[in-house]
Design a protein around this ligand. Structure first.
Ligand code: ACM
Length: 395
């Protein structure tokens, strides 16, 4: 083993000679990835002499697991982390709250888990299923030992039914929270404070997607808040969109002051981005392209290429029932985030690539693995390989 400070972050080199293998690495992640590659090579009957020089294209190599719709539990998350490590991925984005369930224990509000964690999409009366804080710490540590950062997502102000079940007074209608209620920010800040102690990484994902604001239009406290803030709708966005931006910016400010950064789905562009937010571009790549134009960081997770809950084949009668869509493995492999007109500066703001596995229709481990593989291997190549080194036939 040779530590080599000239290598890029996470990079490694392996020299396989007849009687010795020499590994050069830049940092502990690089050393870890060299081991992953060697263990893959060791699965063949013969290991050939040669030299491997390797480094990732992107720093964000993510996978998102939705455990709000169906809960899988610790053992399956551990298996997923093992699989991610094998393919040199380094960000587990954990979707822990949605309409169908709240899956993380919050000590200040135990009912979020014990009441908000009751039910899932296939069984509304299923007993509460959630991660205790001890389990979260165990999983975060297991991930960290494999150079994987875990990013929790608490989805708001939409997708919030499990939350408003526990806090009916903060209900904003249509599965949203009420952004005008002072108490909302007390509760959200308390949740964020606890999450910050559980998840030591830089980022917390605050959701922001698909929030219907229609009830806010008729809600007197929302309208009073809009007036108080001097918000006005314009030709781009409604006043309610700007109100959502206010909510997200407030949570961002709270987290920024504690040294954390937020990520939000690309809807957070509507009504103006919170000052330091990273955009996760899911409705295609356009949101990410707009974010980097505005000088923000972006992570590309377009549902055109990386929604692993979509079908893998057109022969859907012979597939497990799913949400729709069609994303075969070669489509995953073909993704390229840079556009012709994107400047170098803009490109540098694309942190990386991620796939999402939503679990409305996925409730078993077998089904989960079936949807992940082999697409996850193609994802890994998109995340890791330089453009000029990608080759579908070789893959
Ligand atoms: C999303 O798929 N609603 C982010």
């Amino acid at each position: 083993y040779v530590r080599d400070g000239n290598l890029a972050a996470e990079a490694y080199e392996i020299r396989i000679l007849e009687s010795v293998i020499v590994i050069k690495f830049s940092d502990e992640a690089g050393r870890f990835y060299a081991h992953q590659t060697l263990s893959q090579l060791a699965e063949a009957e013969v290991m050939y002499c040669g030299v491997i020089k390797d480094a990732p294209r992107y720093e964000w190599r993510g996978l998102m697991l939705d455990e709000a719709r169906h809960f899988f539990g610790k053992d399956q998350v551990i298996k997923l982390l093992d699989l991610m490590a094998r393919y040199k991925m380094n960000r587990l984005h954990w979707h822990l709250s949605d309409n169908q369930g709240w899956r993380v224990e919050i000590k200040a509000y135990p009912q979020l888990a014990t009441v908000g964690g009751v039910g899932c999409l296939s069984d509304r009366k299923a007993p509460a299923k959630y991660y205790t804080q001890d389990e979260i710490r165990e999983i975060v540590a297991y991930a960290a030992a494999r150079h994987i950062e875990v990013i929790p997502e608490i989805d708001m102000p939409g997708h919030a039914l499990a939350f408003t079940k526990v806090f009916p007074e903060l209900n904003g209608g249509k599965k949203t929270v009420n952004p005008a209620k002072k108490e909302l920010y007390v509760v959200l800040e308390t949740i964020m404070r606890e999450l910050s102690t559980l998840f030591p990484g830089r980022y917390i994902h605050i959701g922001g997607d698909e929030c219907p604001k229609i009830r806010w239009e008729k809600c007197p406290v929302c309208q009073a808040k809009i007036k108080e803030l001097g918000i006005k709708g314009d030709e781009h966005h409604s006043a309610e969109h700007y109100l959502q931006s206010y909510t997200i910016s407030r949570v961002e400010k709270y987290l920024n002051e504690r040294g954390r950064s937020i990520i939000g789905w690309d809807e957070i562009l509507e009504g103006g981005l919170a000052p330091n937010a990273t955009v996760m571009s899911w409705r295609g790549s356009a949101g990410g392209e707009e974010a980097v134009r505005q000088g923000h960081d972006a992570i590309m997770v377009p549902n055109s290429h990386f929604y692993f809950d979509y079908y893998q084949s057109l022969d859907v009668d012979n597939e497990p029932f799913g949400i729709g869509g069609y994303i075969p493995v070669d489509l995953v492999y073909s993704y390229e985030p840079y556009t012709e007109k994107m400047t170098e500066e803009e490109r540098s703001h694309i942190l990386g690539i991620q796939a999402n596995i939503w679990t409305e229709y996925i409730k078993t481990e077998d089904h989960l693995q079936y949807m992940l593989l082999p697409r996850m291997t193609a994802l890994s190549e998109v995340q890791w390989c330089q453009r000029e080194n990608k080759d579908w036939d070789r893959f």
